[in-house]
Design a binder for this molecule. Structure first.
Ligand SMILES: NC(=O)c1ccc[n+]([C@@H]2O[C@H](COP(=O)([O-])OP(=O)(O)OC[C@H]3O[C@@H](n4cnc5c(N)ncnc54)[C@H](OP(=O)(O)O)[C@@H]3O)[C@@H](O)[C@H]2O)c1
Length: 288
């Protein structure tokens, strides 16, 4: 199976590379910056093609001769939906057989663009005639990496929304495994799958797990959005404004989900848990 992969340079999507390689796929990485070609080659991709999701012609060339596409929409791109639809249309024009889209849980939430922008891509895919697999993962456990330094140095884990709001998580390595199974096998074709580890936790419960794993008390911080964004070096513009909306929504409604039935059935094992992920973060630091 030869796969065109969008996101091989990304901080989450790159986790799909080893899962595909393990299953014998040949990977052509779609890279927009030629300076990143060496990086993706070192990660194990077989070839790279320079293309941009804003340039449909380049996408058609990139997709020619592959049997499958893995696609992830870049977070907070102002034209996120258009970029995803363009990739679907290019794959179809290039006679690609299978298309796996890593989207997001609850694309019907219209108030948050990072959810709603997935719907037009799903729609284009369902109408494309290609064999589709739509993955709807919840919040990635890997986002905890961003606050880990503050956990170790200040014994505090902060996010700018209520520490009592419940949220569900998934380890993106489990999502990557599902993506690779979908591309290299037959059992996930024509399916749309919500992907969560079991249950929900609020930030008070999350820091309780961190405290147990590290062996000292970690506090749950709840700073105002602008203060948090400054400390977290979130760039001004679409990313900062997108996050402002997201956190205002989480503050009110949390991030509900956490039904692991589907992920468990696909993987044939228990999904990775938050506690395991936090233990890995702690071990990583200890090893460093
Ligand atoms: N964070 C979460 O908890 C969560 C949960 C559920 C769903 N999601 C969704 O997952 C996605 C993750 O986004 P991310 O950006 O953080 O992922 P990422 O893993 O960093 O991947 C984004 C990739 O898109 C590439 N890219 C960006 N603009 C491009 C363009 N114009 N042409 C070609 N490639 C381009 C980037 O390449 P460069 O290296 O060149 O930038 C990068 O490889 C988003 O759609 C988000 O809504 C996130």
């Amino acid at each position: 199976m030869k796969v065109l992969m969008v996101g091989a340079t990304g901080k989450y999507a790159n986790l799909v590379v080893p899962e595909l390689k393990q299953r014998g796929a040949t990977i052509r990485a779609l890279v927009r910056d030629k300076d990143k070609v060496d990086t993706v080659r070192q990660q194990g991709v077989d070839e790279a093609v320079i293309a941009d999701l804003n340039d449909s012609d380049s996408l058609r060339v990139a997709a020619s001769g592959v049997e499958g596409v893995f696609h992830i929409n870049p977070a907070f791109a102002p034209n996120e939906a258009e970029l995803g639809v363009a990739m679907v249309e290019a794959a179809k024009a290039s006679d690609v057989h299978k298309f796996v889209f890593s989207g997001a849980i609850h694309p019907s939430i219209s108030k948050m663009s990072n959810h709603a922008a997935k719907l037009p891509v799903e729609e284009a895919l369902y109408e494309s005639g290609m064999e589709f697999t739509v993955l709807q993962p919840t919040m990635f456990m890997q986002t905890l990496d961003n606050g880990w330094r503050s956990v170790l140095e200040q014994s505090r884990f902060s996010l700018p929304y209520s520490k009592h709001a419940l949220a569900c998580y998934v380890d993106y390595r489990d999502v990557a495994e599902v993506a690779a199974l979908a591309l290299t096998g037959d059992k996930l074709g024509y399916g749309t799958f919500e992907l969560c580890a079991p249950g929900m936790v609020n930030r008070v419960e999350l820091v309780a797990i961190m405290s147990e794993v590290i062996g000292r008390t970690i506090e749950a911080g709840e700073p105002p959005f602008d203060e948090w964004a400054q400390v977290a070096h979130i760039p001004e513009g679409s990313t900062r404004e997108g996050l402002r909306k997201i956190y205002a929504d989480y503050d009110q409604y949390g991030f509900p989900g956490g039904n692991a039935l589907v992920l468990r059935a696909i993987l044939g094992r228990e999904p990775r848990t938050l506690r395991q992920y936090i233990q890995e973060l702690a071990n990583r630091k200890a090893a460093a």
